[in-house]
Design a protein around this ligand. Structure first.
Ligand code: GAL
Length: 473
């Protein structure tokens, strides 16, 4: 069973150190690979027979892994890094993200592709390759490079029914998504199939196929903060790819896609979305959320929140518990992706600001109370103070049903975005910028400069606090 209200643990009771990962099914086991940041950046591997109990099998790849001759060929135009020489250890500062592993039946090798950075920033934009004879052995590192000379950041792998494999990654400073076909041994790029979704800034791609239709899901580019997941579909991997449509909630239930797991049960295939709920303030609180994907027809995909999902790995049968309807929300400024905060010790008259998302911070939880005329009172869950419009500022106030300054109209805008209108018609506006320095003020409604993406300081996401873990502090 997957309990989306708890940090997942391995069979030894330890926190699962696997993020941005991937599952490979091989000879009766599921192998889970993922980012493990306990000491430097490594790739961990766990295995399970039933997707319930996860046995930690150790480190699949680390900076101490052996480096073997670079097998990458013609198109790879590798940018040489002097540290990555055969025979040397891979001893440079590195960032490894989104490791994905496929099994190559021709060569009998397990091949890992991942996003590589040099540890200083995200400018390298390389893909890297490693391989192993066993699914849970020590992988041998083959180096990093830019596929066909193109930048490559968030990435995924996909293996088609005919055994061909594809590497998909965000390119051109994340503006476009590229699809490459791998060589027969999966160790290098054979050809770039195409560049898709130009200027749409998608990342966290995950690709799967159902009833002959390819689905590509991805997120927007907002770092560790969650945003609206979207999907596209195509009848051929080379496209044309349909226009992207949203799935899940405006914050994809506070997750970003890691991968989609196909479970081939006796009662038909099931598709499970596995998303990272990154914790931007404390990486080690990040965890996976697992939700079943539903398909109203061959080209549509849907995802609803479930507190618990249990899957019979043999039959593929899924039973899920929707959980109690959440009453609490977090409110994110769409411009900065900061979250509104009313600390438990706030006093009436204090200004209301925003901070970097922290799932443990009770001051980021709000209740919407319905008042007359379709209006709402926005009440901080921790201290019980309400948001009030006073002069040009939004301040905390003791709840008072007679006070019109505490009444807000929550209006819908494009793509699940909301505006909060005070009783005098002005809109709540996040002023300032960056993490922890926004203040909520009141401004006349602006002409939205970007109706599609809604990047306006007056646009907010109301994210229901689904699957909230008990606070640790
Ligand atoms: C995310 C990306 C992650 C990681 C992060 C760094 O958007 O999906 O893999 O790169 O940004 O800020």
């Amino acid at each position: 069973m997957f309990d989306n209200t708890r940090q997942p643990l391995d069979s030894a009771g330890e926190v699962l150190h696997s993020h941005g990962g991937h599952i490979l099914a091989h000879e009766g086991y599921y192998y889970l690979y993922g980012e493990d940041r306990r000491a430097g950046l490594k790739v961990s591997v766990y295995r399970s027979r039933d997707l319930r109990e996860w046995e930690y099998r150790g480190t699949a790849l680390s900076i101490d892994s052996p480096v073997v001759g670079h097998p990458l060929t013609r198109n790879d135009r590798r940018l040489r890094n002097p540290q990555e020489q055969p025979g040397k250890t891979w001893n440079l500062g590195v960032t490894i993200e989104r490791p994905k592993v496929l099994y190559n039946a021709r060569t009998g090798k397990f091949v890992m592709w991942m996003h590589f950075e040099d540890g200083n920033n995200y400018r390298c934009a390389h893909a890297a390759v490693a391989s192993c004879d066993r699914p849970d052995g020590e992988f041998v590192y083959h180096g990093s490079f830019r596929p066909c000379g193109e930048m490559s950041r968030d990435c995924t792998l996909f293996q088609d029914d005919d055994g061909r494999a594809y590497f998909i990654s965000a390119s051109r400073d994340n503006a476009d998504l590229h699809i490459y076909r791998l060589s027969a041994d999966y160790l290098s790029i054979d050809v770039m199939i195409g560049s898709y979704f130009p200027q749409q800034y998608r990342e966290a791609p995950a690709l799967f196929k159902r009833n002959g239709v390819y689905f590509l899901i991805s997120s927007e580019c907002t770092g560790w903060e969650p945003n609206q997941g979207r999907y596209s579909w195509a009848r051929s991997i080379g496209g044309p790819w349909a226009e992207q449509r949203p799935f899940g909630s405006p914050t994809t239930f506070d997750t970003q896609p890691a991968f989609v797991l196909e479970v081939p049960g006796t009662e038909g295939k099931r598709y499970l979305y596995v998303g990272d709920r990154w914790d931007p303030t404390e990486y080690f609180h990040s965890r996976y959320i697992v939700l079943p994907l539903e398909f109203p027809d061959d080209t549509q995909l849907r995802m609803e929140w479930r507190d618990q999902v249990s899957l019979d790995a043999a039959t593929g049968r899924i039973a899920s518990e929707p959980g109690a309807e959440p009453l609490l929300f977090r409110v994110a400024s769409r411009n900065t992706m900061d979250y509104l905060r009313l600390p438990p010790d706030a006093r009436p008259g204090d200004s209301v600001g925003s901070k970097r998302l922290d799932y443990q911070d009770e001051g980021m939880l709000f209740r919407l109370e319905t008042a007359e005329g379709g209006k709402s009172r926005v009440v901080g869950a921790a201290g019980g103070l309400a948001l009030a419009a006073r002069g040009d500022r939004v301040v905390a106030a003791r709840q008072d049903e007679e006070d019109p300054a505490q009444l807000w109209t929550v209006e819908d805008r494009a793509e699940g975005l909301k505006v909060l209108r005070a009783c005098d018609g002005r809109l709540m506006t996040a002023e300032g910028g960056g993490h922890s320095c926004c203040e909520m003020v009141l401004r006349e409604e602006e002409r939205w400069f970007d109706t599609e993406w809604g990047h306006s300081p007056q646009g907010f996401l109301l994210a229901a606090a689904y699957g909230r873990e008990p606070a640790r502090r």
